[in-house]
Design a protein. Sequence first.
Lengths: 128, 369
Amino acid sequence: MMVVIERSLDEPVYEQIARQIRECVASGELSPGTPLPTVRVLASDLGVNLNTVARAYWMLEEEGFIRIRDRSGARVAAPARKPAGDRERLRQELRETLARLRQAGFTSEDLHRLVEREIASLADGRDK
Amino acid sequence: METRIIWISFLVLLGVIGGFYFLFPRISRSGLLFGVYVGEEVSKSEAARRITRSWYLGMALWLAAAVALALIMGLQYQSVPGSSAALFLLPLGFLEEYLRAYWRARKLARGRAAPLAAAVILTEEPKPLFLPYMAMGFGLVGGLYSIGYAWSHYAQLPDLVPIHFGLLGQPDSWRPRSFSTVMMLPTMCLVMGVGIAGMAYLIGQAKRAIRYGDQGVSFEAQQRFRRIMANFLAIVSLLLTGMLTILSQSSIEVGLRRAQALSPAMMMLTLILVIFALAGSIYIAVRYGQGGSRLEKSAADRPLTDGLADNRLWVLGMFYVNRDDPSLFVERRFGLGYTINFGNPKAVALLGGFIGLIILIAIIAKFAS
């Protein structure tokens, strides 16, 4: 996979890195157990500060997308077997997103189609 | 006879260095023009071709001037220092022509937006390089052995020791024995062997510059170029350590009057080292191109990313200065191989330390004599 940084965006660089890795994990492009480059290697290739990549990795670890081990570096984490403890928070985030989409003019039907399409694309990615 | 061989060597060296300079524009990565990222389309435009043609013409004149100087000094005055001045004239001309082309290329890059930064995440880690580690170990062993050998024979050496040898290995200059005179060569063996092997290792970890949306073509090319450069330098380090180890031991043997001249193995290894270094550099330049440019032709129209494409991070197109970037070594924009990130204090300390050590050894040797 390729991580691309656009400095002209309002989104912070660490968030851009985390978002792209998150998307690849969710779509199955990066499968559980896949090693991620070390903070130094990724920072060097992107030409960004070490702290920027470290911050993205910490964020992903907190969200359960990767595991960080001192010796073997960072690896993609397996999905949690049981719903995570912060299920309520995630549901709240989904509600907020849906509310924003409604505000942006999406009808209930549009939202259904959108959610189904996204779920299907995640399933396709995992089947790869 | 010896002067003639040296003089011919100058002419050959002039031809090789000049030939290399002429190769540089041909092996540059698409989008880069004399140290400036002008974009893939502009680098193929008529304006870019005009700058390149003018550079070739200027370099041809400088090369002709350097050869003429070497011929006049050699044929008319039989002067080796005079002929060697030609070797300084050519890089001087190169710098002048490069800067002129650089300023012209900058005009073509005006108004370019900031480039994207991109990195590839591999699902499988590439195999680690073995040769740089081996060269570092060999450099350490060879250097320490040379120091130990010189140390253990120091007391037996006569008052005058040889410090310079002719082309056939016969000593042609002697100096009073001193610890620094005797230890200079073994120390140089340690510093050069380990230092070059260390650079080979670091080049194996150098920053990768890829093209956006090219299906991994430029990444693969970069990986191959990086590996070949690291292995090439590691072999140079191995040969150099071997040559300097034998030279150190052999010069002690000559000093002790146990031998009349340097070991033939040393002379043979020197020849192999010179041929390998020259032929290897030419092979890499022609086969791979700078940064693997000749392997990524199918993706040459895709935009370059990151530091290599960001003109704000390069001073005169030669010095990469990015304080945020933890990279030590980065790909050169013009020429062959890698340069350091001058914005990283570790990289500057590393290069400064290496050059400083060599200068220190040379100064000690000078004062000792």
